[in-house]
Design a protein around this ligand. Sequence first.
Ligand SMILES: [Fe+2]
Ligand SMILES: [Fe+2]
Length: 209
Amino acid sequence: MKSRYYDEDVFSYIDHSILLNPYFEEWYEYVRVVLISDEFQKRKLFPHHHNMSVWEHSILVSFRSFVLAKALKADDRVCAIAGLLHDFYPWSWMYSEALEHIDDGIFLKETKTKHSLFRKHGFTHAKAAAENYVKFFPELENEVITDSIKRHMFPLNIVPPKYKEGFIITMVDKIDSVYELPSPTVISSKIARDFNDKIVARALDKIRG
Ligand SMILES: [Fe+2]
Ligand SMILES: [Fe+2]
């Protein structure tokens, strides 16, 4: 039976700027197995920051990191996959009514628990995502992907990424997170978004020579 979050038509849930990008098909081949999965599609219901879901945020980080990897001669497959799964933690850190109805509300467990500072989401979710992706996608397990996911919260998590793919993910993730913030930071959000778009445009120019 088809449920509310799952849809075989993945393309309807991907931003047009990505669908129309000349590198879309290559990126999609790398990440298809994740996007069509039941577990990852539940992230459409996970709020990330205000107007975005974890699904949307993860796709943006994945695609932008993939394009940057090409320009910086890093591993584009690793960046596509690690970018998509960097926030694949097994809970939601924000409440969403829709999640009450999925899997008996288990994803909301953390929103109802009080934690000390260093046990809060910001400090713990990168490690949790690195463990969770192996559980659901063991065929994708790879040392560079694991390290990139586990270290993406650097410098909040003090150990830096070991590989350049990890630095790409953490940089793209931070810039994306800034523009997802609500007003009164709308202006700085717009600047950050334009900045990220410019980086991707420059990367595309560089690839094309
Ligand atoms: Fe994160
Ligand atoms: Fe993120």
